[in-house]
Design a protein around this ligand. Structure first.
Ligand code: NG1
Ligand code: ZN
Length: 536
């Protein structure tokens, strides 16, 4: 039939190179020169997915986030702006690995019949890319797939990953009671800026915030967003954008950005931060955010995803109490095993909120957070957000405040529902969220840091012969295979005060990661080294 001829003809222009591809935690990610056929084939799958969902719009993002400039990647976004449903990840892997054009068509036809896709349903896809040089040609490969199957599509060109998620959700909820916002980039800024302005009524940010944009798409987009925000002296915000060179594609994520700051535990070398100056870093596609500062004795302090989670959770608990809604909404925090033990303890003991620990990867955290009415989730690396249940939205909207103080807290709560990108972790939205909270608490970075003391910790990457043999259980905190390894780790951990350690195979790199924390720096390093030796 026509689809067959079109797929075969188009696929011939996108031959598959040797190698095995896998749709992992972050979609497909690799050297950009290997991605042409992968993107083409993911395009075919996006069409199937949209048809399967009766023409709801599916998103496709071309990015490799914090990875080097010569890499790229592709991932799909489901109708509500969530990550692609997990069972479909396997289908993506199947299509990507079909050895020939004929095999690709056969796999495509089998999927559409197995999944009972009605091929006469409409298909709608939107897509965007980060600033990588390879993005334009990869988008053209995608268009080839969409044209072959006569799908409707819109190219949103340069967007942050969370902006694309926003657009997908806005399109699919348009005209419904759950409408998310105007379907445009402008609509995205307006929604966030309106929430921010309302949350900042009668409040002021202290000084300015310097934002390192990893020389990625976050730079121009953050500049654009500031146009929608009032200046600091009008109750707005003073954002100083740095590391925003998007002219030289080789600069992306190099010596700057959230991943650099988190893994190196230091400021970008180009930083001119003065003591106590509020600094933040985004990653290459602006879905991760970390804060940091240097203190008066020039010591660097990182305020990572755990810190953003604790700050946010504490603020929502405050708002819950102050608005009178606390008894009607259950709140909680979702973390992974990489969260610093001190943060977990602060949440459970000081904030008296429940914590759920899940597997690594935001889709797991997001899913677990739906169990709360107000669910705060962050990975330690700075990727996360807050989500509100339908019940929470209803309670917040219908609550009758009994005092001016309740009314004020309720208004702040409502404004944050608009400000927060509930579709996915969003560095731009998270940045404003943090700024709002600091302004409300009248805190600077030092007060924020003072809430608790992080346990010294160490993360090491261990190259092993076959990471496939490492099978983790219990939210990746224990290894059930290879046999007996866990007992060795447990015995070792028992010898350290406040010791905790675990090993798991990375989902994105060919390595095992070992994490350890303990009462002192020396002990944390030693424990990590010893567990690494067991794993090796
Ligand atoms: P892996 O490689 O599976 O550890 C890393 C990050 C995750 C997550 C994914 C996706 C750490 C320890 N791991 O996963 O948090 O962000 O990449 O990008 O930071
Ligand atoms: Zn990212």
């Amino acid at each position: 039939d026509a689809d067959k001829d079109n797929i075969l003809e188009a696929s011939a222009r996108h031959p598959k190179p040797a190698g095995n591809f896998q749709y992992g935690t972050a979609g497909f990610r690799m050297k950009a020169n290997l991605l042409d056929s992968v993107v083409f084939r993911v395009g075919l799958l996006a069409v199937l997915r949209s048809k399967k969902l009766n023409g709801q719009t599916i998103g496709l993002m071309i990015t490799a986030s914090h990875n080097p400039p010569e890499d790229n990647g592709v991932k799909l976004v489901d109708p509500m702006g969530e990550m692609l449903e997990q069972t479909w990840e396997t289908h993506a892997t199947t299509l990507a690995n079909a050895p020939s054009d004929e095999a690709l068509f056969a796999a495509f036809a089998k999927l559409s019949s197995d999944l009972k896709v009605r091929m006469d349903s409409p298909a709608r896809v939107i897509f965007a890319r980060d600033t990588r040089a390879s993005g334009i040609t990869l988008a053209a490969s995608l268009v080839d797939a969409l044209d072959a199957l006569k799908a409707e599509y819109t190219d949103y060109k340069l967007q942050t990953t969370p902006q694309l998620h926003y657009l997908v959700r806005a399109i699919n909820t348009k005209g419904t009671p759950h409408a998310y916002g105007e379907v445009s980039e402008k609509g995205y800024y307006e929604k966030i800026a309106d929430g921010f302005k309302l949350a900042m009524k009668h409040r002021q940010t202290k000084g300015h915030v310097v934002v390192d944009c990893a020389n990625g798409v976050g730079g121009p987009k953050l500049r654009e967003m500031t146009k929608y925000l009032a200046s600091a002296n009008e109750g707005g915000i003073d954002i100083k954008v740095v590391c925003d060179d998007v002219v030289n594609p080789q600069a992306l994520n190099v010596q700057c950005g959230a991943d650099f700051v988190k893994t190196q535990q230091r400021a970008p070398p180009s930083s001119k931060a003065s003591p106590l100056e509020r600094c933040a870093s985004l990653d290459g596609d602006a879905d991760r955010l970390v804060y940091y500062f240097i203190d008066s004795s020039n010591t660097f302090h990182l305020l990572d995803g755990d810190r953003i989670a604790t700050l946010t959770a504490s603020f929502f608990a405050d708002l819950g109490r102050a608005s009178g809604l606390i008894d009607r909404l259950n709140m909680g925090v979702v973390q992974t095993a990489y969260a610093n033990g001190a943060s977990t303890r602060y949440i459970t003991e000081n904030l008296q909120l429940p914590v759920i620990c899940t597997n690594t990867g935001v889709k797991h955290l997001h899913h677990a957070a739906t169990r709360f009415d107000i669910g705060v989730y962050f990975e330690a690396n700075g990727h996360g957000t807050v989500i509100f249940s339908a019940k929470a939205i209803k309670e917040i909207n219908r609550h009758e405040p009994r005092s001016p103080a309740q009314a004020d807290a309720l208004e702040t709560m409502k404004s944050l529902v608009a400000l927060i990108n509930q579709a996915v972790g969003d560095a731009l939205s998270d940045l404003l969220l943090v700024e709002v909270i600091l302004a409300h608490k009248n805190w600077g970075v030092q007060e924020w840091l003072n809430t608790y003391v992080d346990l010294p910790n160490r993360l090491v990457r261990v190259e092993v012969r076959d990471r496939g043999i490492f099978k983790a259980v219990d939210a990746e905190r224990k290894l059930e295979a290879p046999l007996n390894i866990q007992k060795e780790i447990d015995d070792l951990v028992g010898k350290y005060s406040k010791g905790r350690s675990f090993a798991r195979a990375s989902g994105t790199e060919d390595a095992v990661r070992v994490y350890a924390e303990a009462a002192t720096r020396g002990e944390a390093d030693e424990l990590a080294a010893k567990v690494a030796a067991i794993v090796q």
